[in-house]
Design a protein around this ligand. Structure first.
Ligand SMILES: O=C(O)C(=O)C[C@]1(C(=O)O)C=C[C@@H](O)C=C1
Length: 355
């Protein structure tokens, strides 16, 4: 067996040499693309091009009977693209921190382990960092399939001059971490309110519903607090518990195992059309009967498929609202452009549909 293993490893080594040669060759070309982009200051990150490459390679692999499927090819190539991007231009990525949040995990899934990250302590700070050009990209959560939308994100999209350039959908699994083996000794539970509310069944069955709940800005912050408070527990991500060295007692404790969060990547540019795009806008309607109906009718007339509509309060002394709307299509599509130009709408971005 040892001899056979050595032979196989030798084969792997020579293939790795070829891969390395080809990767270096690829990166030389990528650097030239970067130089070209830098002369016109055009965006490095082109999600639609990345998607096109992954799709093409998956089809090729399938056609040739390759062992790798779409997901494996995507995982490998997203890392390659992440390195390409840092070679083209070293750009900072701000995200809702601290490190170890699900948002950090989402950011890493797109920008790789090698990128320059800027963890910020609240969602609005991420928007400010993009608007002030302290970072090129920002990653923030926008909605969860059990808890609904993240209000601060919608409000910040209205307040700051940024554009949505991409979206990421990620499965969220919570863990319970604590130094206490006996749950009866737990006096406080730290978590982000959304995380806490997603684990109510677990808390009830383990007699933890009556324990004092201390809300934190993020689930990673909860792990950090639990690390400093031996009589507490945290509902957090697995990586956060590891990062702050709090023993993991239970995993996948959420009520709904199909717990998914949609994140957006914000920046300062318009993305190219991919053919499978989503557009987000903020719409205001006048305060008269049928105004929302009239707006929705326009979408029907232009044959635009709505994906989401959320109302948000004006936050003044009235109960007036505005609407956050997602729909199919790209601002470069005639019908999309027409509706945005003809209505009281703020365009938030058109981007590859990934959720
Ligand atoms: O094609 C480009 O525009 C590139 O910059 C190259 C490349 C790649 O590595 O293939 C890198 C970054 C972009 O997000 C898309 C693709």
């Amino acid at each position: 067996m040892e001899k056979k293993l050595q032979e196989l490893r030798k084969e792997i080594d020579s293939i790795d040499n070829e891969i390395l040669k080809l990767l270096n060759k690829r990166m030389e070309i990528v650097k030239k693309v970067g130089e070209l982009k830098n002369t016109s200051n055009s965006p490095v990150y082109r999600p639609e091009r990345e998607k096109e490459i992954i799709k093409r390679l998956s089809e090729l692999s399938k056609k040739e009977g390759g062992i790798l499927g779409y997901e494996e090819i995507e995982a490998i190539f997203l890392e390659i693209f992440a390195i390409s991007r840092t070679l083209e231009r070293k750009e900072r990525i701000a995200f809702l921190g601290p490190i170890g949040t699900y948002t950090h995990q989402a950011a890493e899934s797109r920008f790789g382990a090698n990128a320059k990250y800027l963890p910020l302590l609240n969602i609005e700070a991420v928007f400010k960092a993009i608007a002030n050009k302290e970072a090129k990209y920002g990653v923030v959560p926008i909605e969860n399939n059990t808890e609904g939308v993240v209000g601060v994100t919608l409000d910040s999209l209205k307040k700051y001059d940024v554009k949505i350039v991409s979206e990421i959908c990620m499965d969220i699994h919570h863990s319970f971490a604590s130094y206490q083996d006996d749950l009866k000794n737990i006096k406080r539970i730290y978590s982000h309110p959304q995380g806490y509310n997603q684990c109510l069944n677990f808390l009830e069955t383990h007699g933890l519903l009556d324990v004092e709940f201390i809300p934190t800005e993020s689930t990673a912050k909860a792990a950090q607090m639990a690390a400093e408070d031996q009589e507490s527990g945290a509902i957090c991500s697995k990586i956060a518990a590891k990062l702050y060295n709090v023993p993991l007692l239970f995993e996948k404790i959420e009520d709904n195992l199909a717990n998914r969060t949609r994140f957006i990547i914000i920046s300062d540019f318009k993305t190219q059309k991919s053919g499978n795009d989503k557009t987000s806008v903020i719409a205001k309607t006048s305060h008269k009967s049928g105004a929302l109906f009239e707006l929705l009718k326009k979408f029907k007339e232009k044959e635009i498929n709505l994906l989401k509509i959320e109302s948000r309060p004006n936050k003044d002394d009235t109960f007036n609202t505005w609407f956050y709307i997602d729909f199919e299509g790209h601002i470069d599509d005639e019908n999309v452009k027409e509706i945005i130009d003809s209505e009281d709408m703020l365009w938030l971005g058109s981007y590859l549909r990934d959720c």
